[in-house]
Design a protein around this ligand. Structure first.
Ligand code: FAD
Length: 541
């Protein structure tokens, strides 16, 4: 990919992806047909996507100073593009042309020095700064909503900090700039035979800095799941100065400075670079899918797998509704998508043992898997293939759901295995009741995205008919019921979607009070004027 290509390809100001690509109407209607036929949803005529000429933004409250003018833009496209994230409410508001909180301008730093200059100016002028990676936040992390205590708010888009700067082959790690998108990073690592293998669903339009700032969780279902495990060292620019942590494989020297910034969601500073742990490209892969007629037995099988030490790369359990939604089955079974990969050794022994565990718990395991081989339909075909395609295309469908009047959104959590049965029962009951009350129809589906020896990360999908103009209220009521049930039964408000502004009410309940004071003291030190992403994680002033 040439530099020109990286810099100039325009992203949509609303929706997902580049401005010159779109999911076709026929693809959206095909999904709509499935939802109508299988779940009885009421579809609307496809709404037209908004055109930039129809978008009206409030006048900018502040302007870039002369010294920064060369890296700043305040045209309607740039401001609109940096207003909304990628959750249901963002898509609904975008479609309704509601861009109420645009940044006053957008800064596009080309160097770390530019980042320092922007923060210096913002800090001195009481202007809030919202760091922006790929803008794939589903937690209102990038929407510049700030109080009148600030003279204005700007978005700091890091897309030009998009280079792999140095590779340490012996230590299998690389120094990478924070604004690089997933595919651009992998393209630069590939010639070295290396990969981060951190394929979160939003991989195409999210950045390394965004992953670190939100504690994202990627491709691996066990072992290395969250970005925390991949970070070796990092460099952060704060309004009080720049901080560089040391490159150490494991460090016992007190509280970890990396851990202070991982998950800070742009509230403490800007992650400009990080040394990241990489993987060799896997050459051995083995995969299968296992149907279970009993969801509870499937859960027991996954727990046994998670505690076995086998560490499957993929270990995703889809309940019958999730299987039906993704086309992985006809909805009568739960499906486990199971895979192992290695750059070093064949995996038949691992697969054999995993298949036996599944069979012991009632899974209908293929003869090939029991012999340690891939099932003929595994990977890119059959149930696993259908699930994979749906997963990869998923982000592109999001705007389509809103356009055809389908209320579709997800929420996720993590809990211990001992807490899971009650959490799942109460979450399903509270959410299903809220969905029926608010929408009159609809379903709630569950899958495990990640599993740990001590518990799963359950991920729920809601699909229902939307009330025209009432979608935000419908989802607010459903989300409230679901999140209250999650917290009441020992779950976290988010395993990997971050806190942002949207999850604040529950994060405020979950976070220990003394920790709030400590976090505030840290913020006071690195960001004394509280200009960094105010309203995210803790109250600004
Ligand atoms: C369809 C879809 C699928 C998704 N799938 C997953 C998934 O599988 N796993 C997962 O973990 N998440 C997922 N997400 C959520 C989202 O992709 C992650 O939160 C991601 O890490 C955000 O990265 P970004 O670069 O887009 O950050 P942005 O959305 O731009 O920003 C997110 C937050 O990080 C801050 N930030 C961004 N860059 C920096 C930086 N360099 N320095 C400091 N702060 C910064 C922002 O201020 C903001 O608070 C998904 C989202 C969508 C829309």
């Amino acid at each position: 990919m040439t530099e020109e290509h990286l810099d100039r390809r325009k992203r949509k100001f609303w929706g997902w992806g580049y401005a010159d690509t779109s999911v076709s109407d026929s693809e959206i209607l095909e999904i709509g047909g499935m939802l109508r036929d299988k779940f009885g949803l009421r579809l609307r005529e496809l709404a037209k996507a908004p055109d930039i000429s129809e978008i009206e933004l409030r006048e900018p409250r502040v302007h870039a100073p002369e010294s920064l003018a060369g890296i700043c833009q305040n045209d309607t496209w740039a401001r609109a593009e940096h207003t909304l994230g990628k959750n249901l409410g963002d898509f609904v508001r975008g479609l309704a042309k509601q861009f109420d909180n645009p940044p006053d301008f957008v800064a596009f730093p080309r160097t770390e020095h530019d980042v320092v200059s922007v923060l210096d100016w913002a800090h001195t002028n009481d202007v809030a700064v919202v760091p922006y990676g790929g803008g794939s936040s589903v937690a209102q992390g990038i929407e510049p909503i700030v109080s009148d205590d600030y003279r204005g708010a700007i978005s700091l888009d890091l897309r030009h900090l998009n280079r792999v700067l140095e590779i340490d082959r012996a230590s299998r790690s690389a120094l990478i700039q924070g604004g690089v998108l997933g595919p651009d990073m992998e393209n630069q690592l590939r010639p070295h035979g290396l990969s981060m293998r951190f394929f979160l669903q939003a991989f195409e339009f999210s950045t390394l800095g965004g992953w670190i700032a939100t504690r994202a969780a990627g491709h691996f279902a066990t072992g290395f799941t969250q970005i925390d495990d991949y970070v070796q060292a990092m460099r952060v620019v704060t309004p009080s100065g720049t901080l560089q942590t040391g490159r150490i494989p494991a460090d016992g020297a007190g509280v970890s400075p990396d851990r202070m910034f991982i998950g800070s969601e742009g509230t403490l500073g800007v992650i400009t670079e990080a040394w990241m742990r990489l993987q060799d490209k896997p050459t051995f892969k083995v995969a299968t899918s296992v149907p279970f007629s009993d969801f509870d037995k499937a859960v027991d099988a996954i727990r046994a797998l998670a505690q076995s030490g086998l560490a499957p790369t993929n270990c995703r359990l889809l309940d019958p509704t999730e299987s039906l939604l993704s086309g992985a089955s006809d909805g009568s079974d739960s499906i486990l998508v199971l895979a192992f990969e290695s750059a070093d050794h064949p995996l038949d022994t691992w697969m054999q043992r995993a298949a036996q565990i599944c069979a012991d718990h009632g899974g209908r395991v293929s003869a090939e898997a029991l012999q340690g081989r891939s099932a003929p339909e595994a990977g890119h075909a059959g149930a696993a293939g259908k699930w994979r395609n749906f997963f990869v295309r998923g982000p592109h469908y999001k705007e389509g759901y809103s356009r055809m009047g389908v209320l579709r959104e997800t929420f996720e959590t993590a809990c211990t295995w001992s807490a899971f049965p009650e959490l799942h029962a109460r979450v399903m009951q509270a959410t299903t009741e809220a969905v029926k009350r608010e929408c009159g129809d609809g379903v709630v589906a569950c899958r495990f995205t990640h599993v740990y020896p001590d518990g799963p990360a359950p991920y729920y999908t809601v699909v229902a008919s939307a009330k025209p103009g009432g979608e935000l209220q419908q989802w607010a009521a459903i989300k409230q019921a679901a999140s209250d049930a999650v917290l009441a039964t020992g779950g976290t408000i988010t395993h990997h979607h971050a806190v942002g502004r949207f999850h604040r009410p529950w994060y405020d309940q979950q976070r220990p009070e003394l920790f709030t004071s400590a976090l505030r003291a840290v913020k006071q030190t690195v960001d004394p004027n509280m200009v960094m992403n105010p309203g995210v994680l803790i109250d600004p002033k």
